[in-house]
Write a protein that binds this ligand. Structure first.
Ligand code: FAD
Length: 492
């Protein structure tokens, strides 16, 4: 019997030639220019989802004079770009200095970065000193850490992972366990075996702090294939930047203001489609609409759990959906009454249940993330409050003398704690159903299969469909929207 991976591989080989059209914006490709004349089309293209993928798809089509309707469930546009609490018109970045969803703009090699620069917003590098908490008690800046033996072992492990060509499907945890087994098999005394086990325990702690936590995944969840893709993404897109005078929401409004009038507030529940007929979109309130072509730019969690297709999605897409998942993520932020760190400290990596701390470049703000099982554990228990308490405790130890608690208590001078839940069960973001996608099996073909259209009628966009290494990012999602619009116009 053909196994799942063979099936997907075979599927890929059978993909239409059109799928090889270059559509990425990296290098010099100009998004508004098309290398052919777009045939006239008097039908309507529907776009479901008003995140950056859907908005970009609509904008690209609108610029070619095509009639578009956008269906968006939430009361705001931008999806995972969220600069204010839903239902509260206060721009939390202006008021509190935080972004609740995406934070960084990767650049300078991304289209998003270039557009942000050409708008009136100023950006500053979000790179800076990285610090690391070792064994829960000791804090070391990464340059200091690098003088230790454990760190050298870690670098050697990372190099082995980066060079491995046949382990894409194995998790980083399995990769380390295999090395540990090979190593301990060569040892004969208990003393040597114990020493080797300690070395591997330290290695796991470092790998958690310096690799998997950065991508919001545990060592069991992050596969070698996914890690290689993330590294490629980092090299290709460039450094992280943050905006200074505008929130990411402001930037979305600037970039996509011209398509706002095309948006209808609708929760889509079902898509009915048949060859040669208009596509029927059913809404949760019992109403429906019909369009000629459709771009589905919904989050993966919604595609997996909420949206029905009639007839159902093709078998290869259903199989691919089994291989891909969405992270659960809890974002916690603390605003202190004053900044208590040096200007260049930017990240603190912790091998604890709150894994990564991002230090705001200009304001006295600390943002922490709990991912995967840790996020689920917090949300099952006393929730975000418990996570905040733990976060404050860890940071009190990091900065010393309970300084974080003290400056947080000073509410008159702005001390404040908050959180936003990006888990699959979240009530904060009911239309997102998770943080960002990752492939459970490390098989990169999965994203390509999910990005493929059904016939030449229903097209797919959204961060999870980026199969060229930039899934889980703003610019990657925008590119998929542009690609889907491009495919629609090719189909006329
Ligand atoms: C906590 C967090 C931090 C991140 N940090 C960064 C970062 O620093 N830099 C970066 O580049 N990327 C970051 N990302 C990733 C980035 O935000 C996403 O990759 C990108 O915004 C996804 O865009 P999208 O259009 O694919 O999906 P979304 O933004 O999720 O848009 C999908 C839209 O579909 C709508 N929708 C859902 N269900 C329905 C329905 N039934 N009917 C109609 N509409 C529906 C939703 O309301 C939403 O507006 C982060 C993500 C998270 C969660």
């Amino acid at each position: 019997m053909m196994d799942r991976r063979d099936f997907l591989r075979k599927m890929l080989m059978a993909l239409p030639v059109g799928s090889a059209i270059p559509w990425t914006w990296f290098s010099s490709c100009t998004p508004n220019s098309f290398p052919w004349t777009v045939p006239s089309f008097d039908g309507v293209v529907g776009v479901i989802g008003g995140g950056v993928a859907g908005l970009q798809a609509a904008l690209t089509l609108q610029q070619q004079g095509i009639q578009v309707k956008i269906f968006e469930a939430a009361s705001y546009l931008g999806g995972r770009i969220l600069s204010q609490f839903p239902g509260n018109e206060k721009n939390i970045l202006q008021e509190n200095g935080v972004e609740l969803g995406a934070d960084f703009i990767f650049g300078p090699n991304t289209f998003f970065y270039q557009r942000v620069r050409s708008s009136t917003s100023t950006v500053s590098s979000a790179e800076g000193i990285r610090s690391y908490m070792s064994e829960g008690t000791e804090f070391l800046a990464v340059p200091d850490l690098s003088r230790g033996k454990d760190y050298n072992n870690f670098i050697s492990l990372r190099d082995q992972i980066l060079e491995s060509e046949d382990s894409h499907g194995s998790s980083i945890e399995d990769f380390i366990s295999k090395l540990e087994e090979e190593e301990t098999n060569t040892l004969s005394t208990d003393e040597d075996i114990n020493a080797a086990q300690t070395t591997f325990t330290n290695l796991r702690t470092l790998a958690r702090g310096l690799i998997s936590n950065q991508f919001g995944l545990s060592l069991q969840e992050l596969t070698v294939g996914e890690y290689l893709e993330k590294e490629k993404q980092r090299t290709e897109s460039g450094k992280p930047y943050s905006t200074q005078n505008k929130s990411l929401r402001d930037i979305v409004n600037i970039l996509y203001g011209s398509v706002e009038s095309l948006v209808q507030r609708r929760i889509v529940s079902e898509i009915e489609h048949a060859e040669g007929e208009k596509i029927r979109i059913n809404f949760q309130d019992g109403q429906s609409d019909r369009v000629d072509k459709l771009i589905v730019a919904l989050p993966l969690g919604v595609i997996k759990n909420d949206l029905k297709f009639q007839p159902q999605l093709p078998e290869e897409k259903l199989q691919a959906l089994d291989e891909i998942e969405v992270t659960d993520c809890l974002k916690i932020f603390l605003r202190l009454s004053e900044r208590i760190w040096s200007r260049d400290l930017r990240y603190i990596y912790l091998p604890t249940s709150i894994s990564t701390v991002v230090v705001h470049p200009h304001k006295p703000i600390l943002m922490g993330y709990a991912f995967g099982q840790h996020a689920r554990d917090f949300l099952k228990g006393s929730g975000a409050e418990l996570a905040s308490t733990l976060f404050i405790d860890i940071l009190d130890r990091f900065f010393g003398e309970d300084r974080v608690s003290k400056h947080l208590r000073d509410t008159e001078k702005g001390g404040e704690a908050g959180s936003f839940n990006w888990s699959r069960e979240s009530k904060d973001a009911p239309y997102t159903k998770g943080g960002f996608s990752y492939i459970k099996t490390g098989n990169p073909a999965v994203r390509t299969v999910l990005s493929q259209p059904i016939r030449q009628d229903i097209f797919f966009a959204g961060e999870y469909t980026h199969d060229k290494g930039h899934a889980g990012t703003i610019h990657g999602a925008m590119e998929t929207g542009h690609r889907a619009a491009y495919e629609v116009m090719r189909s006329f």
